[in-house]
Ligand binder design. Structure first.
Ligand code: SF4
Length: 338
């Protein structure tokens, strides 16, 4: 087991809602609850789940764009919550983000060269020659010609703009990239090109990814481990192959069963997932999935299931499929410590 590059322990984010004319604090939105995982160098952890499950909030907590309500984020053993502004600036060199909307995340007034060299120029002065060489190198790395470095973002296609976003993320040679729905706004053929580019860069540069997506086909292509989230909590975390071969949590099972199969002759046996995700302001008691779960028993309405380690290295939170006979003592970081 290699040492984790990123370790997340019991990460929690609540948003208090101000109510009434006096703006008193009222109910709380429980966006992320008690989330733990780790990622090793050169590996990809995918985080999946329906909209509103807390995936993107985790991305922002990892980047410290948001402050957590509780828990810790350790990068190479350093807790990022304890860093001052100067230390945080230096630390951000190690961790970069690629966003969902490649157009909105690029300054429309800057050329491709300015966009992709800007992160380095925030730290050091570059001569014209160095800036040109760096831009050319980064453009080549993401499969683009250096000749396009003077163009504006509006002169590129969606896929090319996402390549620019990736080039910008690579500029500081980070050890970890957080990709938040990085291919969901792209056509399927372009998605495949960008995913293959990320895999190539990972092989070549040993970058680790936290890849956030709602698309299970994409996750299956790129992930080493997959964390399935429901209403702010991880309900199953498993090696990618094992998860798709045999999902254990009923929610994971329903998500995988809902993936369209491009075969009109194949009969779908499993029922699709019914109902909506409950409100994170007032989540159901016990297992938060129980109002939608076909396997729910009385206990599910009362007790929150803990994450229980299984023999194949996955962890699952389900009273029926993973009875809590052998629970780790908390604080608990699942065995994807890769
Ligand atoms: Fe379903 Fe109960 Fe398992 Fe929750 S704990 S997933 S409600 S069977």
């Amino acid at each position: 087991m290699s040492k984790p590059l990123l370790k997340v322990e019991q990460l929690t984010k609540h948003y208090p809602l101000a109510t009434g004319r006096l703006k008193k604090t009222g109910p709380v939105v429980r966006a992320v609850e008690d989330v733990s995982f780790s990622v090793a160098a050169g590996e990809t952890l995918c985080i999946v789940g329906e909209s509103g499950c807390g995936k993107s909030t985790i991305a922002r907590l990892l980047m410290r764009i948001l402050e957590p309500t509780g828990g810790r984020v350790l990068l190479n053993g350093t807790d990022i919550a304890g860093l001052n502004a100067q230390e945080l600036r230096t630390w951000r060199r190690q961790m970069q983000m690629v966003f969902q909307d490649p157009y909105a995340s690029l300054n429309p007034r800057l050329s491709a060269k300015q966009i992709i060299t800007e992160p380095v120029e925030n730290f050091e002065r570059l001569s014209r020659k160095q800036r040109h060489a760096l831009a050319a190198d980064l453009l080549r790395k993401v499969g683009m010609s250096p000749e396009v470095m003077h163009r504006l973002p509006s002169e590129f296609s969606g896929g090319q703009r996402q390549r620019l976003g990736i080039a910008r993320a690579l500029a500081l040679q980070p050890s970890l990239i957080i990709a938040d729905e990085a291919v969901s706004a792209l056509d399927v053929s372009v998605q495949a090109q960008i995913l293959n580019l990320l895999l190539d860069l990972q092989r070549e540069m040993g970058i680790a990814f936290v890849f956030i997506s709602h698309d299970l086909k994409v996750v299956q292509h790129i992930g080493h481990h997959v964390a399935v989230m429901y209403l702010g909590r991880i309900v199953e975390l498993a090696p990618c192959e094992a998860l798709f071969a045999k999902p254990v949590h009923p929610y994971t099972e329903a998500l995988i069963a809902a993936v369209p199969v491009p075969d009109p002759t194949r009969v779908r046996l499993e029922a699709p997932l019914d109902g909506e995700v409950p409100s994170p302001i007032d989540p159901p008691k016990g297992c938060t999935f129980h109002p939608r779960c076909p396997l729910a028993v009385e206990r599910c309405r009362v007790d929150l299931p803990p994450l229980v380690p299984m023999a194949d290295g996955r962890v699952v939170a389900c009273h029926v499929r993973a009875p809590a006979a052998n629970i780790h003592a908390f604080p608990f970081v699942p065995a994807n410590s890769c």
